[in-house]
Design a protein around this ligand. Structure first.
Ligand code: FA5
Length: 346
C-alpha cells in the first residue's frame, strides 16, 4: 500500500502541471479527494491493513491528502492571479488620452430675434402670454370677426386638424384668449409659431409671429404709432423712417400696414445712382407688420364694453424681420439646420 501511495503522488504531480486550467483543477479535486476519489478510497482501504501498520499508513495518507489539497489550492490562487492580471491589461485606461469634445450649441437666429423683439416690448411694460398651436375655429377666426364664410379666411391658407380645429394661422387668437379671462388694462405680447399652407423663398409653412396689443379706457391710434415707431427704431436703426399705410384686417378698424425705410438704399429706391434696390425692389420701403385699432366687434366677442374701452393690436413675422436684419434672402435657410449658416449668428 505504501507503493500505491507513491504512485498516487506521482500521478497527481504529473497531472497538476503548470498549464492546468481551473476546470482541470476541479476535476483533479474530485478525482482524488471526491467521495469516490482515489485518495478517499485509500482511506477506506485502511481497514484491510494489519492493525500495527495502520497508524503509520494513516499518517502517510493524511500527509498526502494535505499535500494534494495544498497543491490544488496553490494552483487555483495562481490561476486567479493570472486572470486578474489579464483583465488589468485588457481593461487598461489611458488616462493621458484627451477627453471627447463637447460641441457648444448656440441660440438659433430666430430665437435671437424673437428675444430681442420681446425685450424691447417688455422694457415698455408689456407682459408675455402664450396660446396653443392647435387652435379652435372660434379663437383663430370667428372671435376675430371672421365668420365661417368671411372672405378674409382665404387670405390665410389654413392647415385643418379636424373640421373645427386648425394649426393657428396667426398669433391673434392669443388676444382673444387673454381678453376672455382678464379685464383691461392689458398690455401683452404673444410670440409663437404659426402655420400656413405656403412655401417659397419668403414664405414657410411654419413660421413665427409676435402679436402685441394694448387695451385700456382711452387708447388712441397715436399710442400705436408711438409704440411701434419706438420698437422699429430699437430693432433696426434709431433714425429709421416709419410709415403707416391704410390696410384691412377683419379684427382691426382702422387697420394699417407698417413699413420701414429701406436700409440698403436709405429709402431712395436706387443703389449706385441707377440700379433699383434689390431689397425694397425700388420702392424705398419695406413692409414690416400689420396693425390697427381693435374692432369693437372683437370686444363684443370677449364681453368688453366697446363704449368704455379701446385698444390697438399688431402682428409681425419674425422671419421677415430676421431676414431684413441679417440680409437673408431665403427663409428656408432658417429651417435646414445647416451648421455653416447657423454658426454665423452669435
Ligand atoms: C396677420 O397674421 C395678422 N394677424 C397681423 C395683425 C395682428 C394685424 C394684429 C392687425 C392686428 P398677415 O397675414 O399679414 O397678418 O401676417 C403678418 C406677417 O406674417 C406678414 O407681414 C409676414 O411677415 C408674415 N408671414 C405671413 N405669412 C408668412 C409665411 N408663410 N412665412 C413667413 N412669414 C409669413
Amino acid at each position: 500500500m505504501r507503493e500505491s501511495l507513491d504512485t498516487l503522488r506521482n500521478e497527481f504531480l504529473a497531472r497538476i502541471v503548470d498549464g492546468a486550467s481551473e476546470q482541470e483543477v476541479q476535476r483533479l479535486r474530485v478525482e482524488f479527494l471526491g467521495r469516490k476519489g482515489k485518495l478517499t478510497l485509500m482511506f477506506h482501504r485502511l481497514k484491510e491493513v494489519p492493525p500495527e501498520e495502520r497508524p503509520g499508513l494513516g499518517e502517510a495518507l493524511n500527509e498526502l491528502r494535505g499535500f494534494v489539497e495544498g497543491k490544488l489550492e496553490l494552483r487555483l490562487t495562481e490561476l486567479k492571479r493570472r486572470e486578474k492580471e489579464r483583465l488589468l491589461q485588457a481593461e487598461r485606461v489611458d488616462i493621458t488620452l484627451p477627453g471627447s469634445r463637447w460641441e457648444r450649441g448656440r441660440v438659433h437666429p430666430l430665437t435671437l430675434v424673437m428675444d430681442e423683439i420681446t425685450d424691447v416690448f417688455v422694457a415698455m411694460g408689456f407682459e408675455l402670454a402664450r396660446g396653443p398651436d392647435i387652435e379652435d375655429d372660434y379663437h383663430n377666426f370667428e372671435a376675430l370677426n371672421m365668420p365661417p364664410d368671411h372672405p378674409a379666411r382665404d387670405m390665410q391658407d389654413t392647415f385643418f386638424v379636424s373640421a373645427a380645429r386648425v394649426l393657428r394661422t396667426h398669433t391673434s387668437p392669443v388676444q382673444i384668449r387673454v381678453m376672455e379671462t382678464r379685464k383691461p388694462p392689458l398690455q401683452v405680447i404673444a410670440p409663437g409659431a404659426v402655420y400656413r399652407h405656403d412655401d417659397d423663398a419668403t414664405h414657410s409653412p411654419m413660421f413665427h409671429q409676435v402679436e402685441g396689443f394694448m387695451v385700456d379706457s382711452q387708447i388712441a391710434f397715436s399710442d400705436l404709432k408711438g409704440v411701434l415707431t419706438h420698437f422699429l427704431r430699437r430693432v433696426f436703426r434709431p433714425e429709421t423712417g416709419v410709415r403707416f399705410r391704410p390696410s384691412f384686417f377683419p379684427f382691426t378698424e382702422p387697420s394699417a400696414e407698417v413699413d420701414i425705410q429701406c436700409f440698403l438704399c436709405d429709402g431712395k429706391g436706387m443703389v449706385q445712382g441707377q440700379q433699383a434696390c434689390r431689397v425694397c425692389k425700388g420702392t424705398g420701403w419695406l413692409e414690416i407688420l400689420g396693425a390697427g385699432m381693435i374692432d369693437p366687434e372683437v370686444f363684443r366677442f370677449v364681453g368688453y364694453d366697446a363704449e368704455r374701452v379701446s385698444g390697438f393690436a399688431f402682428g409681425m413675422g419674425v422671419e421677415r424681420i430676421a431676414m431684413l436684419k441679417y440680409g437673408i434672402e431665403d427663409i428656408r435657410l432658417f429651417f435646414q439646420n445647416e451648421l455653416r449658416f447657423l454658426r454665423q449668428f452669435a
